[in-house]
Design a protein around this ligand. Sequence first.
Ligand SMILES: NC(=O)c1ccc[n+]([C@@H]2O[C@H](COP(=O)([O-])OP(=O)(O)OC[C@H]3O[C@@H](n4cnc5c(N)ncnc54)[C@H](O)[C@@H]3O)[C@@H](O)[C@H]2O)c1
Length: 329
Amino acid sequence: MAYDVLYLSQDDVISLGIKMEEVINEVKIGLSFKGQGKVELPPKPGVHPRDDCYIHAMPCWVGGSVDAAGVKWVAGYPKNLEAGLPYNNGVFCLNDTETGVIKSIMDANWMTTWRTGAAAALGAKYFAPPDASAVSVIGLGTIGKIVLRAVKTLFPAVTQVKLYDPLEGQANKYVLEMSALFPDITFERASTMQEACDGSDIVTTNAPILEKPNRQLVRSWLKRDCLCISSDYDSTLHENVAGESVAFCCDDRGQYLWTQEKGIYFQKGYPKGSGIYADMGEICAGKREPIRTGLRVCVFMGIASHDVMVARLIYRKATEAKAGQWLKL
Ligand SMILES: NC(=O)c1ccc[n+]([C@@H]2O[C@H](COP(=O)([O-])OP(=O)(O)OC[C@H]3O[C@@H](n4cnc5c(N)ncnc54)[C@H](O)[C@@H]3O)[C@@H](O)[C@H]2O)c1
């Protein structure tokens, strides 16, 4: 028997005008439910057709009063930048939890970008001092932009931003786009990664994820009291940053340890089981205390509860606004 599915293109999703505050709120609820043991979140299976590339399946059920389930099929290809294509590409499939029937198939590029920014902002919410004003952005592509946008949403005092990207022209493009959004921010283009880290309260890394990581960014480049937030796994932060932190936080312990045990990422010097201070589920559920001094490190792999929560929000807004197209499946 054929049934109707709501198809939402990227333009449909963007047309909903969803605000960063709303995305942060959804991601936080998903994390808090995860911390309360109400989320089914298996590790991401993936295939790797080319070097430094992945295509991941990310299924999840957020239970309790949310009761939403779905799966994201998402690819990450660093060389897409040269081809003018997004690094991350994907679709999300939202299921009815009562019948399993597919309710919606939607673009996942927008949600991947925005929820990654939101997750970084939540890392800052719990691990940065409220008056943090100086931020470094390492890697100035799509994620480098959204991370600053999200952090600035929760930290309006951020007015000094240092930038680094090895690709010529990226910093200028970044400043053009971001200064239109945040005219109160002073941007400084650094010529080295070290220079970009100097004196910042929050250092964010958003470079390509590499199978053989460079891990250039070392402890001695950072202030004594500094929060590092990585969206690029262990590709940029040296093991002496992760290893010497007073609080090492991941988004999901199970996912982090599974990846480490598989021998893929977070090898050689990255914290193992008892070296993890908390995951963001425990933090958002109030089971672990925030820490705002010393070297703190948040390494966020991106978890499927974020996507389910944002997909549910998109679906609700789209049905209210009568956006998208109903298709027979
Ligand atoms: N953790 C998550 O939840 C999550 C979600 C989405 C994307 N990501 C990751 O975020 C990263 C950035 O994605 P994007 O969409 O912004 O890609 P992008 O291609 O738009 O931007 C990447 C930028 O990094 C720069 N870069 C390359 N080598 C660098 C280096 N050594 N140091 C600093 N910068 C360097 C590139 O020049 C480019 O400007 C990727 O690794 C991607 O997989 C993580």
